[in-house]
Design a protein around this ligand. Sequence first.
Ligand code: ADP
Ligand code: ASP
Ligand code: MG
Length: 405
Amino acid sequence: MPLMVQKYGGSSVADGDKIKNVARRIVKARSEGNQVVVVISAMGDTTNKLLELAYQISAQPKDRELDVLLSTGELVSSTLLAMALEDLGHKAISLSGAQAGIQTDSSFSKAHILRVDPKRIADELKKGQVVIVAGFQGVTQDRDITTLGRGGSDTTAVALAASLHAEMCQIYTDVEGVYTADPRFVPQAVKLKKIGYEEMLELASYGAKVLHPRAVELGELYNIPITVASSFVDKPGTIICKEVSMEIRNKVRGIAHDTNVAKVTIIGVPDHPGIAMSIFEPLARADISVDTIVQNASIEGITDLTFTIARSELTKAMSIIEPISMDIGAKRCATDSSLAKVSIVGTGMENTPGYAARMFRALYEQGINIQLITTSEIRITCIISEDKVRDAIQILHKTFELDAT
Ligand code: ADP
Ligand code: ASP
Ligand code: MG
């Protein structure tokens, strides 16, 4: 019997009726002759509510405690879905990430899956059960509960699909697929029939939250086709897989934006060997990923160093950076957390000049100032003011002819 992994996101299980709707969809997949493993997110905005609660109690809650707290959201939805399935006459069992054998490292709040021991899931499937796994969570070797980062249920789903050798992994959400830009920001955005892992990974890593970046990475690594579709309508979605035709390669495929951006500038840094190391090594040790790094040419042995990080990590990063900048003799630090990234992505840009110039002109004509620029072979990213992000995506969508015709 073919095995499929289906994942339903928070908006698909936001209330009792929606959970019952998901249960009916699972019954349909069963009646078509499939074994089904379901990965489920927390109901609606439960994760945000739990976070708010934590910060009402403490300004700096411990990561370990936060992870246990946040993992409870998915326990609620998974148990309710199991009840809904039993009511429809189908045997179902809910499992936490730990019970499902998802073992992670101990990087609380952004843990990586190290391995999956699928024995318990396989045993339950043999008994004819629908297995419902709480997404977004795992367990360390020391039995601490971890979470995989916001949006991490997608990664749970692809990891399970890989370890159970499932035919494919279906991600059901509140949009009908992967679009050329976030359809909430660009009404003319077009649904893509197919997109390769490489382009999807770049879009997801630069803010297209329709898929968690690590889910795409795992999909590529284990060659699992991933479909993204709506849980509310029965329409074909987007397939993320290896093959993309030459014709499709030859253009910008999509635009991503991310508002979880903060900029840190260390002003008046002495320019001598070891400075970058003394700043970035402690950030790496604290598990803070740094994105764009720009160091100005030095004047009389003094320079400025600017880099970006996730806005959600700014407080933690500054508690590390401020004492270091004193130690190295810098003048002062400045931060800005009202920025956003907009990125154009497409394998067609590889080795083709002109895309960056077109992007910069479009933003200039819209009166948008570019603060920093970063690129990869298939992506160009501009860091701009957050309040200009909607205008920026819309004009870029038009400039690169992605609008629906
Ligand atoms: P879920 O709770 O189902 O995981 P998410 O909110 O994490 O859903 O992801 C779906 C959302 O991703 C959509 O509602 C949409 O606003 C946003 N999104 C951002 N970029 C894109 C894109 N390129 N295509 C589709 N949706 C996108
Ligand atoms: N509930 C988690 C979040 O809101 C994980 C997920 O939905 O994928 O980020
Ligand atoms: Mg999501």
